[in-house]
Design a protein around this ligand. Sequence first.
Ligand SMILES: [Zn+2]
Length: 481
Amino acid sequence: MRKFLCLAAGAGIVLGAMGIAACGREEGLARYDIRGEYFPAENKLVAEMDVSVPNPTEGTLEALSFELWANAYREGAKYTPVSELYRSSAYYAGESYGGIEISSVEGAESFQVCGEDENILSVTLKEPLYPGECAALTLSFSTTLAKVDHRLGVGEKNVNLSHFYPVLCSFGENGFCEYVYSSNGDPFVADCANYTLSLTLPAEYRIAHNGVGSSEVSGTKQTLNVTAEGVREISLVLGKELSCVTAEAGEIPVEYWYTSDPAPESTLKAATDALSYFSDTFGDYGYPRYVLVETDFPYGGMEYSGLAMISSALQRADVPAVVAHETAHQWWYGMVGSNQFENAWQDEGLAEYSAALFLGAFPEYGDTYEGAMKRSESGYRAFFSYKSQIAGEADTTMNRPLTAFSGEYEYRNIAYDKGVILFDRLRATVGDRKFFTGLKNYVAAYTGKIASPEELISCFRKAGANVEGLFNSFTDGACVI
Ligand SMILES: [Zn+2]
């Protein structure tokens, strides 16, 4: 898929009997080959996954860590995917639980499920993994889906399948980033990887998925085969009532899958307009097609590489802004990665600000740039005044873990609204030319990578705008808005 983003790791990798094979770091993407079957009667997906992991460091590794996001849906989880506020609407059939069980890890010395909330699979390698080598493992697992309208679950109409498999933790400054789930924001930090997926499921499901692929029916079952390269995850939506309309944004095919949207062509047009506008404004779109899916989801929407979900519960008037926000995420987090757990404003602020730019450029969607700014500013000021006057203090720092937010209200105002205000002030300060050159620099330099806030700032510096002080005054909470 993203052929020029991330170089394929496939060539030269031979799965060694000892779980180690040679590979160049410069080729350096992990590769996942997943073969599984979905059993709807049991709400269960059973799979085997070959994964080859290049050593991402200059040193020697003796163990690898994988995130088990699916375990956040299990009974007794400390960090649940849904907050109390959304619990009753998301769990539409009452209490329901899921989880992931790892039955074997071939090619490893040993493995254990650990972490603060059974959220990590730690795999001890048979022998040290030296720089330039790949670890080759085969994991067998079964994932049980809760009945929940969320990123992973059997929803009221569709089955949402993301993070249903162990995902290699990104390697940061302090080793593998082992994050717990959070009902605030998107707690995922994943490096780009190459995937194949072969999934067998009943023939009556229609399937929206990222990457490229097709499904073949045999009797009462079908097998979907997907290839997705240079993506941060593989994600799918299965539905018996899904319909699809298609268009093109330049040369990029755009698909919109829906179940109850009364105006699917108009939603498709918003997705197509947004994809074209952001490609022109920030740099070329990086995947072979763009898939938007209306599905069971408790919040506005959710982004994946080459695919975005929007909630079936959206009000009609909110659709263009949500579609624009999720489409902007194809650039902010999808292509240009950032640490969504520690610095959520970096992709959320930019996605929300990009949506405001889009609404300003396309008045036919019934909104304006100024209107979007006004909503962010008045929302943020109301939050600030509530926190300072009634709660006694307002923590307005922006670089903090998702788990350090008191809840959705604080998270929304800091990561989205204050993020939007930051980018609006930045643009007003440096002018359009340096602002948009800075964002284009950001896309050019960090597509396929994970950029820190300092690296974002450096892209504006390269455009001739020294804005470190402005960024810092927002992120450390010093500036008054
Ligand atoms: Zn977002």
